[in-house]
Design a protein around this ligand. Structure first.
Ligand code: R5P
Length: 284
């Protein structure tokens, strides 16, 4: 059975359809003191695929609860699919005394999973933090699908880390050039994006990143463009925290295209096909 976590109900339904597996009934409740209770009242079978992005602390706990609930109901094999893995960007102790939060949550998830599937984590190496075998799948190429016909397109990465995603979208689109800017982050939502020498006047520019969180990176990159024709934003994980939507609107973005690893109005591309492919293969 495919078991949806609260933030991943649309993706789980897509995955059930793509893999021809039943979609489990789930309930999400809270006790009067605020403690969460995620349950799978009708679970049946010996294999469970729990699909749960973890964009907040409650979702982390609900994922662990669902993993435990299906075991309790008889599942012998549990796969945890994390479409968006929260805390993945805290993959090292950046200052003395800090935790490696990605490792901490990976270990916790591993206690209840025989296998893990991650969709486009910020750094693929985060998979190594799991004690269970972890597979990384890439959803970025699918972001080419909703793009309209583009004029002399430039697929732009706002920093070096996003070059792979920008190139993947360009390759799937089938035309255009790629380039990247240099980014320095000064704090939570303060970044400086230093433009490269890419010519942008009169061109359609698609700025591609794995995550849009506060929108500081995207709006900084767009501010560095010289008279583009239109600007599209393409990202795998539309976190869109704080004033991100307003930032993108004020930057003059024509459209935002994202996947359903996080369910937002712009999540028009499903990551289900790439997850389904991973489920069909044995982990290496
Ligand atoms: C970091 O390097 C990531 O690839 C994204 O660029 C970053 O997470 C975006 O965050 P924000 O929208 O807050 O600038």
């Amino acid at each position: 059975m495919i078991v949806p976590g609260p933030p991943s109900q649309s993706l789980a339904a897509e995955l059930a359809a793509a893999t021809d597996r039943p979609l489990a009934e789930v309930s999400f409740d809270r006790f009067p003191d605020g403690e969460a209770l995620a349950a799978v009242p009708g679970f049946a079978g010996d294999e469970a695929v729990v699909v749960c992005s973890t964009p907040d602390d409650a979702a982390h706990l609900q994922l662990l609860q669902l993993q435990d609930a299906v075991r309790e109901a008889g599942a012998e094999r549990v796969t945890a699919v994390l479409p968006y893995m929260g805390y993945a960007r805290q993959d090292e102790a950046f200052e003395t005394g800090q935790p490696v939060s990605a490792r901490a949550v990976a270990r916790a998830v591993s206690t209840g999973a025989d296998r893990v599937v991650l969709v486009s984590p910020h750094e693929p190496s985060v998979a190594e933090f799991f004690d269970a075998p972890a597979t990384v799948v890439e959803a970025a190429p699918r972001l080419a699908e909703p793009l309209p016909a583009l004029t002399d397109p430039l697929f732009l990465a706002p920093d070096a880390g996003a070059v792979g995603a920008a190139t993947a979208v360009r390759d799937r689109y089938g035309a255009g050039t790629t380039d990247h800017f240099e980014k320095a982050r000064h704090g939570g939502d303060s970044v400086t994006v230093r433009p490269h020498d890419a010519a942008t006047a009169g061109r359609d520019v698609v700025v591609v990143d794995d995550i849009v969180a506060t929108g500081a990176t995207m709006s900084g990159a767009i501010a560095g463009l010289d008279d583009p024709r239109r600007v599209f934003v393409a990202c795998v994980h539309p976190v869109l925290s704080r004033s991100a939507r307003t930032r993108l609107a004020r930057a003059g973005v024509t459209a935002v295209h994202a996947t359903d690893t996080l369910e937002r109005p712009c999540s028009t591309v499903s990551a289900a096909p790439v997850v389904a492919e991973a489920l069909a293969e044995e982990p290496v």
